[in-house]
Ligand binder design. Sequence first.
Ligand SMILES: CSCC[C@H](NC(C)=O)C(=O)O
Ligand SMILES: [Zn+2]
Ligand SMILES: [Zn+2]
Length: 354
Amino acid sequence: MLYSHTDVVPAEHDKWVHHPFEGHLDSVGRIYARGSQDMKCVGMQYLEAVRRLKGWGFQPKRNVYLVFAPDEEIGGHDGAEKFSLSEVFQGLNVGIVLDEGLASPDEHYRAFYGERSPWWLVIKAVGAPGHGSKLYDNSAMENLLKSIESIRRYRASQFDLIKAGLKADGDVVSINLAFLKAGTPSPTGFVMNLQPSEAEAGFDIRVPPTADAESLERRIAEEWAPSWRNMSFRLGQFKQKVSGHDASGKPLVTKTDSSNPWWALLENAVQEAGGKLGKPEIFPASTDARYFRNLGLPAIGFSPMANTPILLHDHNEYLHKDEYLKGIKIYESIIKAYASFVEHGSDGRTKDEL
Ligand SMILES: CSCC[C@H](NC(C)=O)C(=O)O
Ligand SMILES: [Zn+2]
Ligand SMILES: [Zn+2]
């Protein structure tokens, strides 16, 4: 199953060099468009590759499904999640799922065998209000700031592992401040001489499949939002059906060893088409692939964009047309290999015969 989400994130039109929804091809061959990397390129490459394969009369031994679904950028609950649980999907009897990956600034394509889980954390502090000139303990703002300081120290400890070259992006816990909400509004802005009684901060946390999720939960409850400091917290995108682990607590990852023939087929197919594949990685953000891995299916994140800066969700997202066209050949090779693959049992009979 060649999977692609159809939605894109918004764009601030006036901050782009070309309009994000015009698909502008510039004089050096860059295609500027929101979704040019994430992931209109992939959806179109699937279609072009299938067209080329049909053009030279290729006969697949397996069904090849192209699936286009909405809502990935807002969690996929009404898109891939529902589809993965549907009878239609069950009826497809899918063997392998391909979904999106990331661009690579160097010559190696990147492939992802798992991903970090999104935990969206909101911490809230309450405290006595007071005059803006008064120094006192346990105000909502002071309590919130203590937590933010502690979270920043933790963030730095994780970031240092990446900076020192000890860990890759997908192998540490990331935590970034997404919003701050506090203060008493007034017609001219905010009241300056009133310390507010409530303050909130929201964080985007990403947790690798191998991380100790329980100890992180404890850290949130005991250090970042302790009730003894008048704090509380809530977590979104968390402890949902797809939390990065299966029912027995094992990380939801796709094997990239000899036990998974789809991995070797991908490696060979990319090589045969003249591409170079880097070492398989954990995707640092989230993709719809998690819903299919959650069913025990192998799923690989792969977007063939080498020699390309990572611009998903950024201003001026672009893909060079040469990379785009090269990617079609890469998919042609992968689809050919995948659609020709027939699994055999130990007695030589195909899986379907068994
Ligand atoms: C939590 S669902 C949102 C999915 C989105 N995916 C990407 C690739 O940006 C993200 O990681 O934020
Ligand atoms: Zn995407
Ligand atoms: Zn995205």
